[in-house]
Write a protein that binds this ligand. Sequence first.
Ligand SMILES: [Zn+2]
Length: 119
Amino acid sequence: MEIDKDSTAWRAICSMNGEVSLKEIVDVLEGLGVPPRHTQDYIEAIKREGIGKPSEDDDGDIIYNMYGEFDPDVVSREGDYSCNKCGQSLKNGYFLRFDKSEDGPYGPECVRKIGIARL
Ligand SMILES: [Zn+2]
């Protein structure tokens, strides 16, 4: 199958940055309406297009090192924060920025997942 490069699913993939598990990628794709039989096409495209590089973690699970760009509407500020999602304490809080409001603070991992979920 040809990947539609303008699709929300592909843009979500291209916005991923850092280590992302294969399961997490598949979850995001399926959450954005990609049928399970097509997720492998996206995984192949990640490798082919150089969006990410697969490796194995200590447990033998496949993780991808993703080179995508962070959502430009994320800002970070120093301070004593705790993540709104997982409660982890933070020295750097990340906020998703909207027209008139902000959502946060989140840690770097959580803001990425939440940002992807909002695309
Ligand atoms: Zn968190």
